[in-house]
Design a binder for this molecule. Structure first.
Ligand SMILES: [Zn+2]
Length: 386
């Protein structure tokens, strides 16, 4: 006997007389309902209209107020149940109505696929099949104006650093890097600045503990590179440095340096002057002249400061160069023999020169920026000029 036939009879006619019988009967109904739903899901529908129709007819078959299966159960099983069976039938009937709720058309539409079950429809030709399975996107109005995303650019400090790197790479130098968290040995001792040396006070150091610090310059990479590669050595070391400086228009707690080091068997001060003069002309322009002033650094001997002819007044004297005609741009010198030795290189066989420059200072001179703080304030109005 089919479900359709059964729901048209009373429980007495079906010879159901105890709770177990009621339970089994409702289980059969629920299974039939689930099977019909699954059949529809696996069959799918060829079109939206067909899909709507299929969902609606399944819903009506089960849930229609007049002649729906649930309404027959209500009429013939529940209302006509004996007093003894009625509570059990009522409970089962409520359960059935709850699970029948997902036969409501909107619920069903969520579960029925939009495409036809192709294996079931042999008559469909290949091209029609393709058309049926293609999910059609909502049409786009191609005449509407688009939203252009703002394109970013390299930070001016990065641009200047890369420009400096390019010049030295062209001269046969290569790039070395080192840790920003450095030991006091590499940052000071190996560079000829022992703990007792007053020069240590020149670097306002941010210590992590008594042995560890944030490197105050890129010079420790010199020692690390000498230890690693030995001589001959032609390197530049770009990177971040940190100092406990009060921020103002020319001081920042974090800034960038490029360190240069050349070690070979016949390096003289003339090589240093020639290389840095070439570099300054490449970077600032061919008209630039360089001047070397005596200076002091513990890790070079002799030491010097490099100045370039003022980029504003071309050496005549102005406010920017304090009427001197010259702008100091970097420190340099011949590598101290002790430093070579600390790097594991024999100072009797090899000599070398080194320089260090501040990238922000170069960027400020190149672009006419008057405040170093602007580089780290992330102000788009400033940054988009570069
Ligand atoms: Zn000037």
């Amino acid at each position: 006997m089919s479900i359709d036939e059964k729901v048209r009879k009373t429980l007495a006619e079906l010879e159901v007389s105890d709770a177990a019988g009621v339970e089994a009967l409702f289980a059969e109904v629920r299974a039939a309902m689930e099977t019909e739903k699954q059949e529809l899901v696996s069959r799918g529908a060829a079109s939206e209209a067909e899909r709507n129709l299929a969902c609606k007819s399944l819903r009506d078959r089960w849930l229609a107020r007049k002649n729906g299966i649930v309404s027959f159960i209500d009429e013939n099983w529940l209302k006509k149940a004996t007093k003894q069976l009625k509570p059990g039938v009522g409970r089962q009937f409520n359960e059935l109505r709850k699970s029948a709720a997902n036969l409501e058309t909107e619920q069903l539409l969520k579960t029925i696929p939009k495409t036809i079950n192709l294996s079931a429809s042999v008559a469909v030709t290949a091209s029609v099949r393709a058309e049926l399975t293609v999910e059609r996107p909502t049409p786009t109005d191609l005449t509407l104006t688009g939203n252009r995303r703002a394109l970013g650019s390299l930070h001016p400090v990065t641009q200047v650093m890369r420009e400096i790197e390019e010049i030295f790479l062209g001269l046969g130098f290569w790039i070395e890097t080192g840790p920003e968290i450095e030991s006091t040995y590499y940052n000071f001792d190996a560079l000829n600045i022992p703990e007792s040396h007053p020069a240590r006070d020149d670097w306002d150091t941010l210590y992590i503990n008594s042995q560890t610090l944030l490197r105050t310059h890129t010079s420790p990479v010199q020692i690390r590179a000498m230890e690693k590669h030995g001589a001959p050595l032609y390197i530049i070391c770009p990177g971040k440095c940190y100092r406990h400086d009060n921020p103002d228009s020319s001081h920042a707690t974090m800034f960038h340096q490029v360190e240069g080091l050349a070690v070979d068997s016949d390096i003289t001060f003339a090589d240093l002057k020639g290389t840095l003069d070439f570099f300054a002309k490449r970077f600032f322009g061919e008209k630039i002249r360089t001047n070397f002033f005596p200076s002091f650094f513990p890790f070079t001997e002799p030491s010097g400061d490099v100045a370039i002819s003022c980029t504003i007044c071309d050496g005549k004297g102005c406010r920017v160069c304090k009427e001197s005609g010259w702008l100091e741009v970097m420190g340099c010198g011949m590598v101290h023999p002790d430093v070579l030795e600390h790097g594991g290189i024999d100072p009797k066989k090899f000599s070398g020169w080194a320089f260090g420059l501040g990238v922000e200072r170069f960027a400020m001179m190149k672009y006419g920026v008057n405040d170093i703080q602007l580089f780290t304030q992330s102000d788009v109005r400033f940054l988009e000029q570069f």
